[in-house]
Design a protein around this ligand. Structure first.
Ligand code: HEC
Length: 443
């Protein structure tokens, strides 16, 4: 056991060290210009949302479009509110598959640019316009050489009226599956290009009665989530999720104002492993947190911490983390209490924002490997004071419930269980890769 723990810890430790060292990007120019220094950052980190037919209120593709927003851009970027990415940069794992945040140099470049009067610079420096798809495509189907996913499940149509407030649309749709199938990839998209203007975010939960689920058998599991800029969700090698006959999809779709009446659905494209091919590892999306009446009790005008413990009865790799709270949600952290009693912060989301429900997907060599007997600890902070932006009323008691004015305090955590042998082998293989890449960097 002690060797397992040592390996597990050092794998974690190495992951922290290597990645913070390699996060160094290009240097910050003394006099940044829009065309040479800022436009490339906007193309890479903002245009996914800030262009016509996407969800942000304004386009940021040209100097003429961006210049009037310079002050606001400086404020949002400097406060790390834009791009939306709420992982605390000072705590825990920093390497993710879907990181859309800016690094420190990019922030400094933008801030300097605005402080120096947001100059355009030489038009010849302007990078070629980034090309965004104008047709609907299934990305992973192209990779596999098939026309579309093996199974497509659509939410029910919703019309978002011009100027309407944010709306949550939550239909439940049968999958129609008649036999168990192993899922190797999931791809979600709004049903039309226009639909992208109103589809702020979409979660798909799988509802199925699963006697082998690690938590209570009847609880739903998050299947996938869609957010702008997020592509295909591939399972890690030799891993899959199991869909059972009779399963249903529970949608939670967040529509926002698109400036015109738009009717759309969200499409969930599912790719299966071929029949008879069973992946070695099964991924479970587990809801970790207290649920039900009495689970949360927040006094008026107060801050509250809610804790939840989830023991790992087998070794495991943690694939992703998605905090879930409502309007008074302030922060959440995911910690591992190792069998030695040492506690490691895996991730901390500070300044949680109900408008953004992001799943943070760990990079392959950063996804924590944890030995059997580890306890996952989820800590959730709620802020029921007037200081919390968007708090509908700090003078009331708040309890658990599904309405946005009620609260929740759980994390969706994607867990792959490993046998002790596989865990050992994974830890050693990762350590070898990291040692090799450190040696290469030193040469
Ligand atoms: C994932 C989508 C997304 C990405 C990526 C993104 N934004 Fe935004 N942005 C939004 C949405 C939606 C809003 C409107 C809601 C809000 O204010 O939070 C917004 C609002 C803003 C605002 C405030 C506008 C106002 O009304 O004052 C600024 C400024 C901004 N974004 C700048 C940026 C910059 C600069 C980047 C890239 C470095 C960026 N955003 C990346 C979605 C995004």
């Amino acid at each position: 056991m002690s060797r397992d723990v040592r390996f597990g810890l050092s794998a974690l430790g190495i992951a922290f060290g290597v990645f913070s060292a390699s996060a160094v990007a290009a240097e910050v120019p003394a006099s940044p210009t829009y065309t040479r220094d800022v436009a490339p950052i906007f193309q890479e980190k903002c245009e996914a949302c800030h262009r016509p037919d996407s969800i942000a209120p304004m386009s940021l593709r040209t100097y003429a479009e961006a210049r009037p927003w310079a002050r606001s851009i400086r404020a949002r970027v400097d406060a790390r509110q834009m791009p939306p990415w709420h992982i605390d940069k000072a705590l825990g794992i920093q390497k993710f598959k879907n990181d859309r945040s800016l690094n420190d140099d990019q922030i400094e470049t933008i801030v300097k640019w605005v402080d120096q009067g947001a100059p355009q610079g030489d038009p010849k420096d302007m990078p070629a316009a980034r090309v965004w798809p104008t047709t609907q495509e299934w990305e992973y189907a192209k990779v596999l050489g098939q026309k579309e996913p093996d199974l497509i499940i659509r939410s029910t149509p919703w019309t978002q009226k011009a100027g309407a407030n944010d709306t949550w649309h939550t239909p439940i749709v049968a999958t129609g599956l008649t036999e168990p199938r192993w899922v190797r990839a999931v791809e979600t998209r709004p049903g039309t290009i226009k639909g992208r203007k109103i589809t702020h975010h979409a979660n798909a939960d799988i509802l199925q009665i699963d006697p082998d689920a690690p938590a209570a058998a009847m609880t739903p599991g998050r299947f996938t989530e869609w957010a702008v800029g997020k592509g295909v969700e591939l399972m890690r090698p030799d891993s899959g999720m199991l869909m059972l006959p009779g399963s249903r999809i529970g949608w939670d779709i967040h529509y926002s104002n698109g400036g015109e009446d738009i009717t759309d659905v969200v499409e969930l494209g599912i790719y299966f492993y071929p029949k008879g091919q069973e992946p070695k590892h099964r991924q479970h999306l587990v809801r970790m947190g207290k649920t039900g009446p009495g689970a949360i009790d927040i006094a008026p005008n107060s801050l509250q911490l809610t804790e939840f413990y989830f023991p790992l009865r087998q070794a495991a790799r943690i694939e992703s983390f998605q905090p879930h709270m409502h309007l008074r949600g302030k922060a959440q952290s995911l910690e591992a209490v190792l069998p030695t009693g040492q506690t490691v912060v895996l991730s901390h989301v500070a300044e949680f924002d109900f408008m953004w429900h992001s799943a943070y997907v760990y990079a392959d060599d950063a996804a924590p490997l944890l030995p059997k007997g580890t306890i996952i600890k989820v800590k959730t902070w709620h802020d029921n004071t007037a200081a919390k932006r968007g708090n509908p009323d700090p003078n009331v008691w708040v309890g658990y419930g599904g309405r946005t004015v009620d609260e929740m305090a759980h994390a969706w955590v994607n867990v792959t269980y490993l046998s002790d042998q596989d865990y050992d082998a994974e830890v050693r293989a990762r350590q070898d890769r990291l040692t090799r890449s450190t040696q290469q960097q030193q040469q």
